[in-house]
Design a binder for this molecule. Structure first.
Ligand code: PLP
Length: 475
């Protein structure tokens, strides 16, 4: 990457940087950025940060960072410039599209559209629905997959209740589809793995049920792609949406991949340069636009080439590390985590499909007698562990799981709920390919200690967040 080679050779050099074998296929974590970051403890001293909030945003793989750094000196405009670096950047951008298509097992006729995130991808698809589309969505979805549909005029949304078993989900969908026949275009939207419970949804079966009734299906794979291979053809889903920042590529990009026809027929998601092939003035003073029919139709404006390169790099890194090894390791850590939590009777793990339902490395729980925000704040301030507390942008699901009406948490430090009463919000721990065993053990030990001995510091609410009270000494 040091010499300035001719364009094709430079592209080859960049691909070669990406082709360095990813460390993996071992039982250890993949190297990620931030693995040695020290954070202060409120009780004194420092400790390496245990990032256990992968479901929100995962740290970048070192390999992704290296690939981005290798490309950075060659950064240039995409699709526009005549210059060497523009050509190189355009190659890189389009090669990244091909890499994502390979990662997802796209069919020949599928399109890969680069977006900002899963939310953006699903809003794009919602904007492309043919008039009169019927949408079927479970109320248990993340808000990103729950909400975009009802925003569209001419779209009729059916919300399905929370199923308590994967088979119930399939039956509920079959019933809902049958009850609304006949219909024209129809779309089912479902998550692959819940961002609250981590539980896997029966995607293949739901796809079969949808297709049997002439409906299409989009998979919200935000929480699935970082943990499992996702093959669009094998799952037989029509579209897949995901975000780079949950796939170890936190550079502001996302993907919508799948069937081209609805996307090709829709108005461009954003109007502007890049989406248009030609623009000409009309005699009456207006303008005529000939829009692209490829993915570019929905990618107006200068694209995020760094983010797209990062996603492609992450796809390659995970593929080379081997999903079999990654899944096996994650399941081993999950078992260890669950054993740790099971040692604390006050901990109640949230689940829709039951204790033994298969899940990815995401667990939400409540602790009897504890305010979840207080608990999460103490894990951070006293143990250097980063988890998430709240309702996780899935309010209806969390409401179902908590068995009550979640409300904004009250003053932290105060008990969340009297024993026997439902908790108001939850704590989520999530991990992935970069998580060392030690983080899981530290977390399980910290939960045990906090429940047994209580917090060693006092906390107060500031701007709605629970924070350590700086003026207080250790109890
Ligand atoms: N879908 C699921 C299942 C998620 O967990 C999330 C984010 O947490 C999203 C969609 C939205 O992702 P983003 O915020 O990257 O758009």
């Amino acid at each position: 990457m040091s010499a300035r080679p001719a364009a094709p050779a430079a592209s080859a050099a960049l691909s070669a940087a990406s082709a360095d074998p990813a460390p993996g296929a071992t039982d250890g974590p993949l190297p990620v950025l931030g693995r040695d970051v020290l954070v202060p403890l409120v009780t004194g001293g420092e400790v390496t940060y245990a990032a256990l909030d992968y479901a929100a945003s995962a740290p970048a793989l070192q390999r992704v960072w290296d690939d981005v750094a290798a490309y950075a000196p060659y950064y240039g405009s995409v699709h526009r410039g005549a210059g060497y670096l523009s050509q190189l950047s355009t190659d890189l951008f389009e090669n990244s599209r091909a890499a994502v298509a390979r990662f997802l097992g796209c069919r020949d006729e599928d399109q890969v559209v680069f977006t900002r995130s899963t939310t953006d991808s699903l809003n794009l698809l919602a904007s492309a629905l043919p008039h009169g589309t019927r949408v079927f969505v479970f109320e248990t979805e993340h808000h990103a997959s729950l909400l975009p549909w009802q925003q569209r005029a001419g779209v009729d949304v059916t919300y399905l209740g929370a199923p308590r078993a994967p088979e119930q989900a399939v039956e509920a969908l079959e019933r809902a589809l049958a009850a609304r026949e006949p219909y024209g275009p129809a779309l089912v939207c479902v998550t692959g793995a819940s961002n609250v419970t981590g539980e896997l949804w029966p995607v293949r079966e739901l796809a079969a049920a949808a297709h049997a009734r002439g409906a299409r299906i989009v998979l919200d794979a935000a929480q699935l792609v970082p943990h499992h291979p996702v093959d669009i053809g094998a799952l037989d889903v029509d579209w897949v949406a995901f975000s780079g920042h949950k796939l170890y590529a936190p550079f502001g990009s996302g993907v919508l991949a799948g069937r081209a026809d609805w996307l090709r027929d829709a108005e461009p998601y954003l109007a502007g340069g890049g989406a248009s092939r030609t623009v000409s003035r009309r005699a009456d003073g207006g303008v005529d636009v000939d829009w692209h029919t490829t993915a570019a139709r929905h990618e107006a404006g200068s694209p995020n080439v760094i983010g797209v390169h990062a996603i492609a790099s992450a796809c390659k890194a995970l593929t080379e590390a081997g999903f079999d090894a990654l899944v096996a390791r994650e399941q081993r850590l999950l078992a260890r985590l669950r054993e740790g939590l099971a040692r604390v009777p006050e901990v109640k793990v949230l689940s829709l499909f039951g204790e033994d339902a298969p899940r990815v490395g995401v667990i939400s729980f409540v602790v009897e007698g504890w305010n979840s925000s207080h608990f999460a704040a103490a894990l951070s301030a006293e143990y250097g562990i980063g988890v998430r507390d709240g309702l996780f942008c899935a309010h209806p699901l969390v409401r179902t799981l908590l068995g009550g009406e979640p409300e904004p948490p009250g003053e932290c430090g105060a008990p969340d709920a009297a024993p026997g009463e439902p908790s108001l919000n939850a704590i989520r721990v999530s991990f992935g390919a970069g998580t060392p065993d030690e983080h899981i053990d530290r977390f399980a030990d910290a939960v045990q200690q906090l429940v047994r001995d209580g917090a060693r510091w006092s906390y107060r609410t500031e701007d709605g967040r629970c924070v350590p009270d700086r003026g207080t000494t250790v109890a």
